[in-house]
Design a protein around this ligand. Structure first.
Ligand SMILES: NC(=O)c1ccc[n+]([C@@H]2O[C@H](COP(=O)([O-])OP(=O)(O)OC[C@H]3O[C@@H](n4cnc5c(N)ncnc54)[C@H](O)[C@@H]3O)[C@@H](O)[C@H]2O)c1
Length: 408
């Protein structure tokens, strides 16, 4: 079967990991069982460019169970989990992913997914969508996008009048960003930093660059573990929000000398640069939680000289007689040094993905070529499913309250 993975003998380990995630992602199974009889994805080819994790395997297996044929590449050269790749390959999915791809191999894997001729494409970061557009997107009827950075790229394509098929911005569902970007990244980013460094966070000065959904999660979780958190921002509203949430807000250049740990969460390029590295204290740790490896100017560090690999996912650079430690080469630390978001989080994100894929499969003929929000009905349904999975019941408005709300 077509595909390229690191080691097929890891399939049994991947199967166990899939089972582990599956138990905590009951929402996906529920969506699958509800739709199973109609076989709504029968014969449909799906192309995925997603982090190859146990949670993604739950999404892929559900889509397969609904009739889809799937080809997958990884959304990051360093994030694929080889046991999961082996498990999915064993299950008949065309997998082109392994941990430690070079940039050229990463691009080749994207080309392999496009060569599979998918009708619907699900991306995380926009690399697959952008590559498809370079080839005129033949045969593609629609897609979905998982993250903030990918949605921005697709919105730019739409703005330039160049978007060739409708895309649902799964990132923009409330049940996605309120849970995944904030709580998922909050926990898993700290998990990545801790697995890589084994450092104590209590009492450390942590600088969080960006106070969007991801930054809010990272800052609040770090504060909860006793770190003294400073936020940097370029947006005055978010800067006020951070201050009112109890964080120090400083310009990065002012925050740099005291920082023990820096985490970029901006989706922007060149946020931490050479001028900052030069002012950092000995032992400073640098991590990125944003989608692309452009937030910390790792290129400037590598230009200084060959780093020493001091632990897995930790490189030491000697800058001006001081040691700086870069985690996971400046790539998403939660996926490279840890396992990404926990299954309970991805249950919501991938419920939105699966329902959005089903929506595109059914409605693409009626959808404009633009970036669509997740239909409100889907977002709400996912919220109800999630509450149900947690055993939570909530109040209903009384008739009187309904009337009061509608009154002028
Ligand atoms: N690691 C993960 O698992 C994961 C999960 C979700 C999203 N993401 C990625 O994280 C990034 C942020 O996502 P988000 O949803 O929080 O986006 P967001 O747009 O809500 O927040 C980004 C924030 O960064 C601020 N910012 C921009 N440039 C800055 C700069 N130079 N200095 C300081 N602040 C700056 C913006 O003003 C904004 O408030 C994106 O790349 C997104 O794709 C990663």
């Amino acid at each position: 079967m077509p595909g390229k993975i690191a080691d097929g003998s890891l399939a049994a380990k991947g199967r166990l990991a899939h089972e582990w995630a599956s138990r905590r992602m009951g929402i996906i199974e529920r969506i699958k069982s509800k739709n199973e009889r109609a076989h709504p994805l029968a014969g449909l080819r799906l192309g995925f460019c997603l982090h190859v994790t146990k949670e993604m395997a739950v999404l892929a297996m559900a889509a397969k169970g609904l009739g889809a044929e799937i080809a997958i590449c990884s959304a990051n050269p360093l994030s694929a989990q080889d046991d999961i790749a082996a498990f999915l390959y064993d299950e008949g999915v065309h997998v082109y992913a392994w941990r430690g791809e070079t940039n050229a191999q990463y691009r080749q894997c994207i080309q392999c997914v496009l060569a599979f001729r998918p009708a619907i494409m699900t991306d995380d970061g926009g690399d697959l969508h952008v590559a498809a557009h370079r080839q005129k997107a033949r045969g593609i009827v629609g897609g979905t996008e998982e993250t903030t950075s990918g949605v921005k790229r697709l919105a730019a394509l739409e703005g330039a009048g160049k978007l060739l098929y409708p895309v649902i911005a799964v990132n923009n569902a409330r049940t996605k960003y309120l849970v995944d970007n904030r709580h998922g990244t909050g926990q898993s980013t700290l998990d990545g930093i801790l697995r890589a460094t084994d450092m104590l966070l209590a009492g450390k000065n942590m600088v969080v660059c960006g106070y969007g959904w991801v930054g809010k999660g990272v800052a609040s979780r770090a504060k909860g573990m006793g770190a003294i958190v400073t936020v940097t921002e370029v947006d005055p509203m978010r800067a006020i929000e951070a201050r009112m949430d109890g964080f120090a807000v400083l310009r990065l250049s002012d925050a740099v000398p005291a920082g023990d740990v820096f985490v970029t969460c901006t989706g922007q390029t060149g946020v931490i640069r050479n001028e900052h590295f030069l002012k950092m204290k000995d032992g400073a740790v640098l991590a990125n939680a944003g989608h692309f490896d452009v937030e910390i100017d790792a290129g400037a560090l590598y230009a200084i000289g060959r780093p020493a690999q001091v632990r897995p996912n930790v490189e030491r650079f000697d800058v001006n007689g001081k040691s700086l430690f870069l985690l996971s080469k400046g790539r998403v630390v939660n996926l490279v040094a840890a396992e990404g978001h926990p299954p309970e989080v991805m249950a919501l994100s991938f419920a939105n993905q699966l329902l959005s894929i089903l929506h595109v499969a059914k409605n693409h003929g009626k959808m404009e070529r633009k970036v669509h929000g997740v239909p409100e009905k889907i977002d709400e349904l996912v919220a109800w499913y999630a509450l149900d999975a947690m055993g939570i019941r909530i109040d209903e408005m009384t008739e009187e309250q309904r009337r009061y709300q509608a009154s002028s």
